[in-house]
Design a protein around this ligand. Structure first.
Ligand SMILES: Cc1ncc(C[n+]2csc(CCOP(=O)(O)OP(=O)(O)O)c2C)c(N)n1
Length: 706
C-alpha cells in the first residue's frame, strides 16, 4: 500500500476522571510499581556499594524511572501472539508488562546463571522468546540497532500470514522502542524507510527524555521533536504527546496500535518522559544538568499521575496501598529467589558460540524436522551439465526456493533486475516478489531484516552487492554472530549473506574488489565460505542454507565474470560439509594452501613442480588436519591469498603449521599476499598487488630451492 493514509482525528477525549476503558489498569499499575521497586533496589545498591556484598551488586545498572508507566501501557497493547519488539536497555518495564517474571528481571542484572544470557551479558540487554505473545528480539548494546530487526520482524509477519498462509499472524505487529538520541542513528532511518515504503505493520515508539546521556534532543533531530519533523512523511501515522499523563499516553498508543494492527501501515508515537535518574549507574549527571532541571523533571513523575488517575475513579486509596504492599512482597520474594540462583559456571562459557548438537531450543532458523525433510548427499552426480559459478548459484537458489517455502532471497537490485551480477536473474519472475525481492539501499536494513526473519523461522539469503558495501552492516553482522552465545541459546539467526568481491576480469579497484575475508573469520559465530568452482559453489551454498549457524558466502567476482570456475552440476541434493578442504592435486615437495579465485592461479603456477595444492573451501571453520597432514608429508608450506598479508588468514595457518608441524618443516612457512595495499584499477598496478600465477611460480621455485 503506497497511498497516503488519512489521519484519524485525535483520540476521543474521555473524561480524565474516568480511566480509559479497555485497559487492564490494575496490571499497568502493578508493573509500573514493580519496575520502580526494581530500580529502587538497584539504585540503593549502587549508592551503598561499599556495604553490599559483590554478588548482590548490579554492576551495570540503567534505571527506567520516568519511562516506566508509558512502557507498561504500551506493553498492555502488545499481547498478541507473534507480536515482536526491538527494544533497548531502558525497556525493562515493557518486558515486565508482556510477561517477564520479576525473578528473571532481577536474575540477569545480578549476573546469575540462566536468564537472558547465563551471565554473559549485562542484565539490561534482554531478550524474550515467546510463542504465545510478544517476542522481544535480542537487544544489543548498540543504540539504534534495534530498529532494522524490528522492521524485519514486521516484514516476516506479512510473509508468514500471506505467503505461508498462517492465520495466527493476522493482526500481529512489531514495535521498536528507542530514545530521542536513537533517532539520529542509521538504524532508525533504515527501518523508517523499510516500514514506510513497504507499509509494514510496525510502530516506532520514541521515549523522548530530551537527553542522550548528556546531549540534548535538539542535537539528535532539528528542533528536538522527531514527530513534528516526520509529519510530512508519506505512509506514516504520527502521534505526539505526553508519556506521563496516563490518559493521554494510553489514548495515543491505543490509536497508533489500532492503526497498525488494522493494516494501515506503520505509525510513530513520540511520548515525552522525564529521566528521573542518572543515565546509568556510573553517571552522576552533575556536569550537564542543573538542580533546577532535575527538580523540574521530578515534578513530571508519571507515577503520582497514574495514582491520581486511578484513585478513586478505578480503585480505592486502600486498594492502591494494598497493591503497593503486594508489589513489595512480590519483589522481595523474587529478589531472594534471584539471589539464591546459582552463579554461572565458567566451564560452560565456550558453549553456544556456534550451534552444538541439541541446540534446537533456540528460537530462530529451521527446525530439526524441517531440516530433516530436506535430505542432502555429499556424493556429487557425475553427469551433470557444465556450469559457470553464477549459474550454479542461481540453480541452487532456485532448487532451494522450490523445496523450501521458508527461503527468501533479497538485496539491492536482486528482484526485478536479478542482481548486478545477474546471479538471481529470473528468480523473482518464477517465485514472486514476496520471496525474491529488492530492498532499499541500506545494508544495515538488509542484514537487520535478515536477522529478524531468521528468528521468525525463515531462511533468508541476503545479497550484499559487493563485499566493501557490507561496511554499513557491520554492527548487525557482528550482533548476528554473537546472538546464540549472548542469549545462551535462546535465540539464533542462521542467515546466509552472499557477497561478491575480489578482483574482476582484468580489473580491480578499492570498492568492488575488496576481499578482506579475514574480518569475518575473526568475528564470533560466523562460518565463512569461499568457493573456487561451480560444484563447490552448489555444495557449500546448500550446506549454508541448511546450517543452524550464519554464513558469509563469498562469491569471487572473477569467477562470476568468467568461465574459470566452471564445473559439472553436482546435483540438487549435493552438500559439502564445512571444514573439509579439497586436495586439488597431490604432490610431495610443497604444500600450497589457498582458496577462492587464487586456486586457479595457484594451479596454473604449479606446472611441473611436485606440489600438493589444497583448496580450503571454507576458512571458518578451516581444515587444519588436511593442511597439517600435507605439510607433515611435504615439509614445506606456502599460503597464497588475495587479502592483506598483515593479519590475513594466512597468518593463522602459518602459526598453526609452525606450532603443530614444526618438526616436519624443511623450510620456513611462507605467505604470498598483497603487501597491505588496496586493490588498484589499472591492470598493471593490479598485477603488482594481487598475486599473479608468475609470482606464485617464482615463490614456489624459491622455496623448493631452499
Ligand atoms: C552505537 C552506540 N553509540 C554510542 C553508545 C553509547 N550510548 C549509550 S546510551 C547513549 C545515549 C542514548 O540516548 P537515547 O537514545 O536518547 O536513550 P535514553 O538513554 O535517553 O533512554 C549513548 C550515546 C552506544 N551504546 N551505542
Amino acid at each position: 500500500m503506497t497511498a497516503k493514509i488519512a489521519r484519524p482525528s485525535a483520540p476521543a477525549p474521555a473524561s480524565a476522571s474516568t480511566p480509559r476503558a479497555g485497559f487492564d489498569w490494575r496490571r499497568i499499575a502493578y508493573t509500573t510499581l514493580v519496575s520502580r521497586a526494581l530500580d529502587d533496589i538497584e539504585e540503593a545498591t549502587n549508592r551503598n556499594r561499599a556495604s553490599v556484598p559483590r554478588e548482590h551488586q548490579v554492576l551495570y545498572q540503567f534505571s527506567a524511572r520516568g519511562h516506566d508507566m508509558a512502557q507498561c501501557i504500551l506493553g498492555a497493547l502488545m499481547q498478541q501472539p507473534h507480536d515482536g519488539a526491538g527494544a533497548y536497555y531502558r525497556s525493562r518495564p515493557f518486558l515486565l508488562s508482556i510477561g517477564l517474571g520479576i525473578e528473571d528481571a532481577l536474575g540477569s542484572p545480578l549476573g546469575r546463571a540462566g536468564g537472558f544470557s547465563d551471565g554473559r551479558d549485562i542484565g539490561v540487554v534482554c531478550n524474550f522468546p515467546n510463542s504465545d505473545g510478544c517476542t522481544v528480539l535480542p537487544m544489543s548494546g548498540d543504540v539504534g540497532s534495534q530498529y532494522t530487526p524490528a522492521a524485519g520482524w514486521a516484514q516476516s509477519i506479512g510473509y508468514h500470514r500471506d505467503t505461508l498462509g498462517d492465520a495466527r499472524y493476522r493482526g500481529a505487529i512489531s514495535v521498536a522502542l528507542g530514545g530521542d538520541g536513537s533517532v539520529a542513528t542509521n538504524g532508525f532511518w533504515a527501518a523508517l524507510t523499510m516500514a514506510t515504503t513497504l507499509s509494514l505493520p510496525m510502530l516506532f515508539y520514541i521515549e523522548d527524555n530530551n537527553l542522550g546521556i548528556s546531549v540534548r534532543g535538539d542535537m539528535q533531530t532539528p528542533g528536538g521533536d522527531i514527530a513534528r519533523n516526520l509529519a510530512s512523511f508519506t505512509n506514516l501515522y504520527v502521534r505526539n504527546g505526553s508519556g506521563t499523563d496516563p490518559h493521554e499516553a494510553s489514548g495515543l498508543l491505543e490509536d497508533a496500535v489500532h492503526h497498525v494492527r488494522s493494516g494501515h501501515g506503520p505509525a510513530l508515537v513520540r511520548l515525552t518522559v522525564p529521566r528521573l535518574s542518572s543515565h546509568s549507574g556510573p553517571d552522576n549527571q552533575k556536569g550537564y544538568r542543573t538542580e533546577a532541571e532535575i527538580a523540574s523533571d521530578d515534578a513530571r513523575d508519571p507515577l503520582p499521575q497514574l495514582r491520581d488517575y486511578l484513585v478513586p475513579a478505578f480503585i480505592s486509596a486502600e486498594a492502591w496501598t494494598e497493591l503497593e504492599a503486594e508489589v513489595e512482597r512480590d519483589v522481595h520474594m523474587a529478589l531472594d529467589a534471584a539471589r539464591a540462583r546459582a552463579m554461572p559456571d565458567p566451564l560452560t562459557v565456550a558453549r553456544h558460540v556456534v550451534a552444538e548438537p541439541g541446540d534446537e531450543a533456540a528460537m530462530g532458523g529451521l527446525s530439526a524436522a524441517e531440516r530433516a525433510a530436506l535430505p542432502t548427499t555429499d556424493v556429487p552426480e557425475e553427469d551433470g551439465p557444465m556450469l559457470r559459478v553464477a549459474e550454479a548459484i542461481r540453480r541452487t537458489l532456485r532448487h532451494e526456493l522450490t523445496v523450501n517455502p521458508k527461503v527468501v532471497v533479497f538485496g539491492e537490485d536482486v528482484g526485478r533486475k536479478g542482481g548486478v551480477h545477474l546471479v538471481t536473474e529470473g528468480l523473482q519472475k518464477q517465485f514472486g516478489a514476496d520471496r525474491v525481492f529488492d530492498t532499499s539501499l541500506s545494508e544495515e536494513g538488509i542484514i537487520g531484516r535478515a536477522v529478524a526473519m531468521a528468528i521468525s523461522g525463515l531462511m533468508p539469503v541476503a545479497e550484499i552487492q559487493f563485499r566493501k558495501y557490507a561496511d554499513p552492516a557491520t554492527e548487525q553482522l557482528n550482533n548476528c554472530g554473537t546472538m546464540r552465545w549472548r542469549t545462551n541459546n535462546r535465540f539464533a539467526a542462521p542467515i546466509v549473506v552472499r557477497m561478491p568481491g575480489g578482483f574482476g576480469k582484468d580489473v580491480g579497484d578499492p570498492w568492488h574488489s575488496l576481499s578482506d575475508e579475514v574480518r569475518f573469520a575473526h568475528a564470533y559465530g560466523w562460518q565463512v565460505v569461499m568457493p573456487s568452482n561451480a560444484a563447490d559453489a552448489v555444495g557449500l551454498l546448500r550446506t549454508a542454507m541448511r546450517s543452524p549457524n550464519p554464513t558469509i558466502y563469498f562469491e569471487h567476482r572473477s569467477l562470476l565474470m568468467t568461465g574459470d570456475g566452471s564445473a559439472r552440476y553436482p546435483g540438487d541434493g549435493y552438500a559439502i560439509p564445512f571444514g573439509q578442504a579439497r586436495i586439488v592435486r597431490t604432490g610431495a615437495s610443497l604444500t600450497l594452501v589457498t582458496w577462492g579465485a587464487m586456486v586457479h592461479r595457484c594451479a596454473e603456477a604449479t606446472g611441473e613442480h611436485d606440489v600438493e595444492l589444497i583448496d580450503l573451501r571454507t576458512i571458518a571453520p578451516w581444515d587444519r588436519e588436511a593442511v597439517l597432514a600435507s605439510v607433515r608429508k611435504t615439509g614445506r608450506c606456502l599460503i597464497v591469498h588475495e587479502d592483506n598479508l598483515t593479519a590475513g588468514f594466512g597468518a593463522e595457518i602459518a602459526a598453526t603449521v609452525a606450532k603443530d608441524a614444526f618438526w616436519f618443516l624443511d623450510a620456513p612457512v611462507a605467505r604470498l599476499a598483497p603487501a597491505d595495499i588496496p586493490v588498484p584499477y589499472d591492470t598493471a598496478l593490479l598485477d603488482a598487488v594481487v598475486p599473479t600465477a608468475q609470482r606464485i611460480r617464482d615463490e614456489v621455485t624459491r622455496i623448493l630451492a631452499e
